[in-house]
Design a protein around this ligand. Structure first.
Ligand SMILES: [Zn+2]
Length: 151
């Protein structure tokens, strides 16, 4: 029995390490993209940190291209923050579980969608439900259009 238990722990540990690798890999990727972008953007000297750039988004007059670049950097900064949150959830053992049914979300899914909060089944069920809702709304829309035209 002790053997079984350590095997389970081993699997949980493998998953933990794998998920950590996914998140940290994504984090490194985004950081290097941010650094690359920051080279393209006018900043207050080479020591300006990310926060400095984000402040610049709000305070300085930049041309449209730089606006876009800065907006991209800001989006990436937000993604970085999400990754940090996911990493701390992972440390607490709360990352990678389905919000709806509590099942483990597959590594494959998390690799593609690191911030997925539902397993594939629950996500699909949700999409089907949403689609049905949209169809009903469309039908209602069409009905009211017909109603309006008949007046
Ligand atoms: Zn689920």
């Amino acid at each position: 029995m002790a053997n079984n238990r350590s095997e389970t722990n081993e699997m949980a540990k493998d998953r933990y390490l794998e998920l950590k690798k996914i998140l940290e890999g994504r984090r490194r990727e985004i950081l290097s993209e941010v650094h690359e972008k920051m080279r393209d953007v006018r900043v207050d000297g080479p020591t300006a940190n990310l926060q400095g750039v984000l402040d610049a988004v709000e305070t300085s007059e930049v041309d449209i291209q730089e606006d876009i670049e800065l907006a991209l950097i800001q989006m990436k900064a937000e993604t970085l923050q999400k990754i940090d949150e996911a990493l701390s959830r992972l440390e607490e053992g709360n990352y990678g579980y389905c919000f709806e049914c509590g099942a483990e979300i597959s590594e494959r899914r998390l690799r593609a969608l690191p911030f997925a909060v539902r397993c594939k089944d629950c996500e699909e069920a949700r999409e089907v439900a949403q689609q049905r809702e949209r169809m009903l709304a469309q039908r209602r829309g069409a009905a009211s259009l017909f109603f309006d035209m008949s007046h």
